[in-house]
Write a protein that binds this ligand. Structure first.
Ligand SMILES: Cc1ncc(COP(=O)(O)O)c(C=O)c1O
Ligand SMILES: [Zn+2]
Length: 434
């Protein structure tokens, strides 16, 4: 695998960036030393760049980490900035207006565990972030980068949650936002963006069309920071904080198994990167863990490749209610395959009906209302148990990445009033509810 921390932590030969990244203040990116190509290891100076000038591979942040102790982290704020030494952000990041996401609950899921026959199960509930998805984490890091680069527009192509997070964070930071979404997106996700921004652009096409348009605009317009396009290396690092938190909340320990939803695949690769960094920094004990990816069958290019035993991912046209996961051409799909295979995990997919069942199962067992992405993850967890791919005796974490109030339609047809009765005790008794 090309993705272990030891290969990424240094930029050996920093060559000048494609265009000189001038005017960056000292310490703007903390302990980051440069950008490094994930494919060929080529080094590039820090700047708003995302593709390797040598091989067009994705650029990632390279660091020279100082010694970091558990105590220093624990003394930090109850948000992602407690890990600022491990992120491409300045040491004074808490002073800038931002959404302060993270440090969400890690809940022991006894009821869900009992239902599925898993002895030791946890839910990392990221639906309680400021705009109710894990995207607030990545956006906070992208906002810092955009600010340091002096960008005038903060933008993104999005399957919904990212647009919500960008629009809100931009409003708080006082920077103009423009967010692009597929025009068939759920109404709550549209409103949750439109309320924060004057520029919500609905594009007649799927996410992959929207993403292509964003790349074109990023190439043509000056001063636009597309969080998941030209500042993607900085953005993606935000997902590492999910991994750091899980380890810290388990008492500075890695779980044995973790189940993560996959759209572009960025989050899964970064949780793995976080675990590797914690091991390398001596903050957790080195131990094996298995990473599992979750997709909906109607958009499952990574799961299809995994099951076929091939390395290449064939793009698909998404057709699923799990719209937040509907990326048919996932940028980090091949790295997800690497990680899931190397750690002994798997990638699995489930039908839309199973996604709905997953939402209701988590709600009825743990009192957590997840969106379709979480329904996918919980449904895949169930399928992994049923198919013998997950070891039910091992400590397992499942990530809930978003909130069910944003995808009400997904379950409004299968849950609702049990009975409609007249306001009398007799009618109540007759309904047979007691
Ligand atoms: C709620 C939710 N979960 C998971 C994901 C998947 O993230 P990634 O693209 O990093 O795989 C998304 C992406 O939009 C999302 O909105
Ligand atoms: Zn390269």
């Amino acid at each position: 695998m090309s993705a272990v921390i030891t290969e990424q932590s240094q930029v050996d030969e920093a060559t000048p960036a494609p265009e000189a990244a001038t005017g960056i203040r000292e310490g703007a990116f903390g302990n980051a030393t440069g950008l490094s190509c994930r494919e060929c290891g080529h080094g590039v100076e820090l700047g708003p760049f995302y593709a390797c000038p040598e091989c067009f591979g994705p650029l990632e942040i390279a660091y020279d980490f100082p010694a970091v102790t558990r105590e220093e982290i624990e003394a930090g704020p109850a948000n992602i900035w407690r890990y600022k030494a491990l992120l491409p952000v300045p040491t004074d990041i808490e002073q800038s207006p931002n959404m302060e996401p993270g440090f969400t609950r890690l809940l022991k899921a006894r009821n869900l565990g009992r239902e599925l026959g898993i002895d030791n199960l946890w839910v990392k509930d990221d639906s309680t972030n400021p705009t109710n998805s894990f995207k607030d984490r990545v956006v906070a890091c992208a906002l810092s980068a955009a600010t340091e680069f002096g960008s005038k527009v903060f933008a993104c192509p999005s399957t919904g949650n990212l647009a919500n997070a960008v629009a809100a964070a931009g409003a708080r930071a006082g920077i103009k936002t423009v967010v692009f979404i597929p025009s068939n997106l759920e109404t709550p996700k549209q409103v949750n963006s439109a309320v924060f921004t004057e520029s919500l652009v609905a594009v007649n096409g799927n996410y992959d069309d929207v993403n292509k348009l964003a790349s074109e605009i990023a190439g043509e317009e000056d001063g636009w920071a597309f969080v998941n396009v030209n500042v993607r290396p900085y953005y993606a690092e935000g997902s590492k904080t999910l991994g750091y938190e899980i380890a810290e909340q388990l008492g500075w320990r890695l779980p044995d198994q973790i189940v993560i939803p996959v759209a572009s695949g960025s989050q899964l690769t970064k949780v793995h990167k976080a675990f590797q960094e914690l091991i390398k920094l001596g903050l957790v004990e080195d131990k094996p863990y298995k990473v599992f990816g979750a997709q909906a069958t109607g958009c499952s290019p990574v799961s299809v490749a995994y099951k076929a035993g091939v390395d290449a991912i064939r793009p698909v046209k998404p057709d699923t209610i799990a719209k937040s996961l509907a990326i048919g051409n996932p940028a980090d799909g091949i790295y997800v395959l690497d990680i899931c295979r190397e750690t002994g995990g798997a990638v699995e997919d489930i039908t839309d009906d199973e996604v709905r069942e997953g939402i209701v199962l988590l709600a009825r067992t743990e009192g957590i209302f997840t969106e379709t992405a979480g329904g996918t993850t919980v449904g895949v967890l169930k399928k992994l148990v049923e198919t013998g791919q997950l070891d039910t005796t091992l400590e397992t974490v499942v990530i809930n990445t978003g909130h069910g109030l944003k995808t009400l339609d997904a379950v409004s047809g299968i849950v609702g009033p049990t009975a409609t009765i007249e306001p009398s005790y007799a009618a109540f008794v007759a309904a047979g509810i007691a």
